[in-house]
Design a protein around this ligand. Structure first.
Ligand code: TPP
Ligand code: SF4
Length: 537
């Protein structure tokens, strides 16, 4: 056993290595990125031959992890919450195929939307797929739950979800590790039609999944991750999940709460434990880091017999992450230490780095679009989304990865001409290629900017899937080479670039313009690595 100081994400990664994974599959997304990066940088993982390079998107990652599980080995797939929307098809179906080698799906949620478009709660997805969901309250539990998750995944032949949130993913604590386990040998499922979801097979396996719900609930009642902690003051019982439990305990310096507390960290819900606290207390307070999932279920489950307080009745704010002060107020205390705690960090609006190639791309585009009425730029998700803010004010939509090309297509077909899409290189390979194919098939008049900075800038500079090959992909999809241009987004090429953009905006078909210049952050990082390597010689 070792004692390590790890981020929540790192605790998950180290646990996966120790528990004998053979592969981790992921597409970057805050707050999940560091899990895969840790495995990528781990000497131990390299020695053990654990595969860990980035996938093109979350769906391909999920399917590859399922394939590794089919072959009998342990796999992990990681993504941010919105990535689970992209991977939803294989995710939900994997509950019906089941697993062979242990498989853990890590969904990293971002309540308060620190770096996301929404704050959806992945526990709903786990419930929807009807698989066991684990929700750690601290880094040690995150580590332990990976080991346990693989065990129940292999015991019930089912993928298991590990749901974490931003603060746990990105904060450090001491973690005690467990004995290391060997990787599984390749061994195919006993039933070679297990993964064939033809209706006759799927119907049978769906019944098995339904039957297994009782077993999953029994595990929730007995695993030890769900705990009833008794308290003398039975006027109020508290049900706390995820970080909600920690914030509750932070209000009591000796970590003794006077009220009975039910800590929930494993789903399906342990209904016997819930019954117990509901029967013993006059009112219940729900503290959930995320949406009021348990609260909504309990309102149905317990009927009108008991007052249930939480996010739905306004005792706790309906949106955003919790903190110790919000919990203190919900308990009727003034706040954690008897006085209001000021904000520690003044929020600072994000902006493009000085010298970023996207700045020049927007200046080129903006200058040409000045001739037209505003409101025709459909952008995507990446550093270039910041083009929506002053001084550029150049972006009219940002919805989900890949939506730029397809929204520009729909708007063009509605009569908005010219219609412009702006998408990054990583986002293009994640989910822009199919939209481009739709445009080519329909010969839709759109001008598509693929901003090729040779990296996945927004999430910290991970390798982009098709660096240097974007134009070949476009040609392969069917873009006319006459309307495919690579430009250099620099001040000195401004006039030249404007002419190309002007010409393509008036073309009644699909044009692709690729402004190509490397992200200055990755150039800086490469230079730093190079000089460190030279200094070490
Ligand atoms: C479905 C989904 N997965 C992951 C993310 C996290 N994410 C935001 S932007 C981005 C990619 C940005 O790379 P790129 O398109 O190359 O643009 P850049 O930031 O380099 O300008 C990622 C991975 C997300 N928002 N949604
Ligand atoms: S990280 Fe790179 S792509 Fe992102 S704003 Fe900075 S220079 Fe631009």
């Amino acid at each position: 056993m070792q004692k390590l100081v790890l981020l929540g994400d790192e605790a998950i990664a180290q646990a996966a290595i120790d528990a004998g994974i053979s592969g981790i599959y992921a597409y970057p997304g805050t707050p999940s990125t560091e899990i895969t990066e840790y495995v990528q940088h781990s000497k131990e993982a390299k020695q053990k031959g654990i595969r860990s390079s980035w996938s093109a998107n979350e769906k391909t990652a999920m399917e590859s992890a399922l394939g590794m599980s089919y072959a009998g080995k342990r796999s992990m797939v990681c993504m941010k919450h919105v990535g689970l929307n992209v991977a939803a098809d294989p995710f939900v179906n994997s509950a019906i195929t089941g697993a062979n080698g242990g498989m853990i799906v890590v969904a990293a949620d971002d309540p308060s939307m620190h770096s996301s478009q929404n704050e959806q709660d992945s526990r709903f997805f786990g419930k929807f797929a009807m698989i066991p969901v684990l929700e750690p309250v601290n880094q040690q539990e995150a580590y332990d739950m990976v080991h346990y998750g693989f065990e129940i995944s292999e015991k019930y032949k089912i993928p298991v979800m590990l749901r974490i949130t931003t603060r746990l993913a990105h904060s450090r604590a001491g973690v005690s590790t467990k004995d290391k386990r060997q990787q599984n040998e390749v061994s195919l499922p006993k039933n070679l039609t297990q993964f064939v979801l033809l209706p006759a097979i799927a119907r049978r396996q769906y019944k098995d999944l339904l039957k297994n719900q009782e077993n999953f609930t029994k595990e929730s009642e007995t695993s030890g991750f769900n705990k009833f902690i008794d308290g003398k003051d039975r006027k109020l019982g508290i049900i706390a999940s995820g970080l909600g439990f920690n914030y509750l305990m932070e209000n009591y310096p000796d970590r003794v709460c006077p009220n009975p507390v039910l800590k929930i960290s494993q789903y399906p819900l342990p209904f016997d434990m819930i019954k117990k606290i509901a029967e013993e207390c006059e009112e219940l307070l729900l503290l959930e880091e995320g949406a009021p999932l348990i609260e909504e279920m309990l309102k149905g489950f317990l009927g009108n017999n008991l007052k249930i307080k939480g996010r739905l009745d306004g005792t706790v704010p309906r949106d955003g992450e919790l903190n110790p002060n919000i919990v203190a107020k919900a308990l009727g205390m003034t706040d954690i230490h008897g006085k209001d705690v000021p904000a520690m960090v003044t929020p600072r609006p994000p902006s493009l780095c000085a010298g970023c190639p996207h700045i020049d791309s927007y200046l080129d585009l903006k200058a040409v679009l000045a001739e037209y009425t505003p409101g025709r730029v459909f952008a995507d998700i990446g550093c270039y989304t910041l083009g929506a803010l002053p001084p550029y004010n150049s972006v009219n939509s940002t919805v989900d990865m890949g939506a730029s090309i397809t929204m520009a297509k729909g708007a063009s077909e509605a009569g908005l001409k010219p219609a412009v899409a702006v998408i990054g290189d990583s986002t293009f390979t994640h989910s822009g290629i199919t939209g481009l194919l739709d445009c080519v098939n329909d010969k839709t008049p759109v001008t598509i900017f693929i901003l090729d900075n040779a990296t996945t800038g927004m999430t910290g500079g991970q390798k982009s899937s098709a660096t240097g090959r974007i134009e070949d992909i476009c040609k392969g999809v069917g873009v006319d080479p006459e309307h495919l241009h690579i430009i250099n987004p620099m001040k000195r090429y401004h006039e030249e670039n404007m002419k190309i953009i002007q010409k393509e905006l008036s073309y009644e078909g699909v044009s692709v313009i690729i402004p190509r210049r490397e992200c200055i952050q990755t150039i800086g990082k490469k230079n730093k690595d190079k000089s460190e390597a030279e200094a070490a010689k």
